[in-house]
Design a protein around this ligand. Structure first.
Ligand code: CA
Length: 224
């Protein structure tokens, strides 16, 4: 997933960014509400982690504007404001969940996984194609019950494709899903990841098909 973190406390931002990157996610960070509002307008992110007490524009205002634009982006609010009234207001504005600071990283990560599962509209975020089984929030994969070792980038590719079943994903969309602003992925790097992924998927009944001039499709392969 590509995740936007809007948090003006550098220590908290660094801790959660590191945890998410270790989990194989692409992470972008902004430290003001105005920057968050601008970053969200291009729709490139899959999830928002939003601090309420932000300079330039309050977090609740960022959330309100996002929902007014009709976006259903999953939002996890992190807040130092403990009062019940504020938490109720934030949920009513359209936050999907909230955590009160200080929180344990393990709980933060568990809440994100739960959000991701809910965002797919199912109780679990398991995707099965042929004998390939993917646990998207847990970032694990199996072929016929055998664990499949994938690098963070390979998992990112398959996650981006599996999140758009039966739809073609353009190369630019893949690069966008895999990279934060401060990271680079060339088309060549993407091609290498897809090449390796295809080799690992051999015999799984799932395949990454190239649709010439358009992009890629994760689909069940006829040959098994
Ligand atoms: Ca703050």
């Amino acid at each position: 997933m590509r995740i936007l973190i809007a948090e003006d406390d550098p220590a908290i931002a660094a801790a959660i960014s590191d945890a998410l990157r270790r989990g194989g996610h692409a992470v972008d960070h902004v430290a003001s509400g105005a920057q968050a509002d601008a970053a969200l307008s291009d729709g490139a992110h899959d999830l928002l982690v939003l601090d309420l007490g932000l300079p330039a524009l309050d977090g609740s205002e960022v959330l309100q504007r996002l929902r007014q634009r009709g976006s259903g982006l999953p939002v996890l609010v992190i807040t130092a404001r403990e009062d019940l009234h504020e938490r109720v207001r934030v949920l009513d504005l359209g936050a999907d969940d909230y955590l009160v600071k200080p929180f344990a990283l393990a709980e933060f990560e568990a809440r994100l996984r739960a959000l991701q599962r809910r965002a797919t509209g199912k109780g679990t975020s398991e995707v099965c194609i042929g004998r390939l089984r993917l646990d998207l929030p847990g970032r694990r994969a199996w072929i016929g019950g055998e664990p499949l070792e994938l690098t963070a980038r390979e998992f990112g590719v398959i996650e981006a494709l599996a999140s758009r079943p039966d739809r073609i994903t353009h190369r630019d969309q893949l690069v966008e899903a895999l990279c934060g602003w401060d990271q680079e992925l060339t088309y060549n790097g993407l091609d290498i990841a897809i090449h390796r992924l295809r080799r690992k998927l051999q015999g799984s009944g799932a395949n990454v098909r190239t649709v010439r001039g358009l992009g890629y499709l994760l689909e069940e392969s006829a040959g098994g």
